[in-house]
Write a protein that binds this ligand. Structure first.
Ligand code: GLU
Length: 280
């Protein structure tokens, strides 16, 4: 049975782009008699605003969607820590004390999440207290071997996680990072079809590697186009895209808006000028 999810981060109100993501995930599951889940991804430290979770539920109901809610990420920290211990025990993580400024100054390449870590702390005797933990990409790839994954539209992809370099899997303040948490949660929630915007296509290369390292089931992915503004950029609250909550409170018909999204009534595409997703 197909299980999809909508996994918003409560660091800003939802906008039309999120509505499209939610409607897409909902319809792909429901058309096949499957389940559509809501998971609140609230581990973004001070940027997380818990009160937004209720606003999101009200937005989804307004759009005419029905869902099953699974536990929020903030309740799963011990679960992430356990997986991280497993990776540490396999010698796949190393602590890093570098500041962002040091990394920016030393990096020679840029990956999907920003400057690639030049490996400064690898092999050094670093105090793990208050350190971030990075994946030893070379070792991880050696262990996992060649990997593939499948996107419903783009077809079978050869996984190229090395584009992320030695990525942070445990932040200094948290026993997880977006990449580790989302991969573990999608497995725990038995998501069979991971739907999300094309702007996160690259992240899937890394998630596929984490699945191999942690013996997790491998879903199929559906990366959908994102809704664009008049400049061809992904919508963002900080650029003035009206929130769903504003539209709802102004009396707009949410079910009608969902229909317009289904009919392709808005400009879709790949976002230009934005390298990283997960903004609000
Ligand atoms: N919490 C992430 C976001 O809001 C979810 C991304 C994903 O679907 O993997 O962008």
């Amino acid at each position: 049975m197909i299980r999809t999810r909508f996994a918003p981060s409560p660091n800003g109100s939802l906008h039309l782009g999120h509505a499209f993501a939610a409607v897409t995930a909902h319809d792909l599951a429901r058309c096949a008699g499957g389940s559509f889940l809501l998971r609140i991804e609230d581990i973004d430290g001070p940027r997380s605003r818990p009160e937004l979770a209720q606003e999101f539920r009200d937005d989804l109901a307004w759009l005419g969607l029905a869902w099953e809610e699974v536990p929020a990420q903030s309740t799963r920290l011990p679960f992430y820590a356990q997986a991280a211990e497993r990776l540490k025990a396999a010698g796949l993580l190393y602590p890093c004390q570098c500041s962002r400024a040091e990394i920016v100054a030393a990096a020679h390449q840029v990956g999907p999440d920003g400057p690639l870590y030049p490996g400064t702390c690898k092999g050094r005797d670093i105090d793990p207290v208050a350190a971030a933990w990075r994946l030893d990409m070379e070792r991880a790839q050696q262990l996992a071997g060649p990997l593939e994954w499948r996107d419903q539209q783009a077809g079978v992809q050869l996984a190229t996680p090395a584009i992320f370099g030695d990525v942070v899997l445990l932040r200094k303040d948290l026993p997880a990072s977006y990449h580790l948490a989302v991969t573990l949660d999608d497995a725990a929630d038995e998501i069979s079809l991971v739907t999300r915007g094309m702007d996160l296509f690259a992240a899937t290369h890394l998630h596929r590697l984490l699945q191999a390292l942690l013996d997790l089931p491998v879903p199929v992915w559906h990366h959908h186009p994102v809704v664009l503004d008049e400049h061809g950029r992904k919508l963002a609250k900080r650029r003035g895209s009206p929130s769903l909550a504003d539209r709802r409170r102004a009396g707009e018909d949410g079910a009608e808006l969902a229909t317009r999204l289904r009919e392709g009534d808005f400009p879709y595409g790949l976002s230009l000028g934005d390298s990283v997703g997960m903004e609000s």
